[in-house]
Design a protein around this ligand. Sequence first.
Ligand code: NAP
Length: 319
Amino acid sequence: MTMFSIPKDESEQEKHEIIIVGSGPAGLTAGIYAIRGGADAILIGGYSSGGQLMLTTEVENYPGFPEPILGPELMKRMREQVERLGLKIIDKDVTKINLKERPFKVHVEDTTYITDSIILATGASARELNMPSEQKLKGKGVSYCAVCDGAFFKNTDVVVIGGGDTAIEDSIYLSKIAKTVTVVHRRDKLRAQAILQKQAFSIPNIKFVWNSVISDIIGEKKVEAVKVVNKIDRHENTLNCSAVFVDIGHIPNTSLVEDQVELTAEKYIKLYGETRTSLDGVFAAGDVADHLYRQAITAAGMGAKASLDALRYLQTIKG
Ligand code: NAP
């Protein structure tokens, strides 16, 4: 099963049996199974490859690592494993996917990759608050990644918004850098796992503001404060801070295919069975199709299943 080049028309074309889009745990695991299954596969991973684990600190729930492993280190090892097996990885962004005609087309700069089977593993991105002051102060104190930006706010007061695993993990991480971390959560109970909650509640410089949301972020050139509204008594308070870490969940990265495969009401790729989408030959794995589990290990498992399904599909079209 070999790759061949088609003569140039308006752009370079390259055909493969399976194209995997995305380089998080789902995409890389799909790569391992595709290559080991004997397929001519490539992975297009984006300029900032590695997915959300690149933005996390210690991972202690990925089996095989008795001691916690840093998210970026885990992704580096997954990548090394799949490259050793022979998968070609293209570290560029996909600009367009055409699933309306067969073979499918995946566009990357001047090259068009054509394929019989595609695995969508494009993950999810941080959800934003959607307020003008957030847009104005992005990168000037408004951040979506504590690991990336936390060090800029040494010994200052910072705010974390959200009550899930990400918010609480980030708060614990930031508590070691910042003077105080104030978690503003819209309810009076955290969604985060019990072990993280217990840890956060025991750290003296992490404070909680319950039943509250941010109504505005104040500052011209950098974040200076946030306005916090209590949802029960509508009381508004100003909280001085130098940074706001927005950890309010994620939205699936489906814009490349949204009018071409069926999506759920929340814009995740709709699955039929384990990894099949509404189009034969198009499979999905990881956070782009999973609103429920969203773990590195479940994404990796879905990636393996997607490749096994794609390999089976290739057999059926070969007859
Ligand atoms: P999440 O679980 O969806 O939590 C989002 C949090 O933000 C919730 O507490 C939610 O409040 C709040 N929220 C949502 N929209 C909001 C808004 N507009 N304004 C204010 N607050 C808002 O997202 P996540 O924490 O990023 O976690 C995503 C997935 O990754 C989860 O499955 C999680 O288990 C997983 N994860 C796992 C680990 C780990 O295992 N170590 C680490 C990080 C993430 P409500 O609670 O009221 O809904």
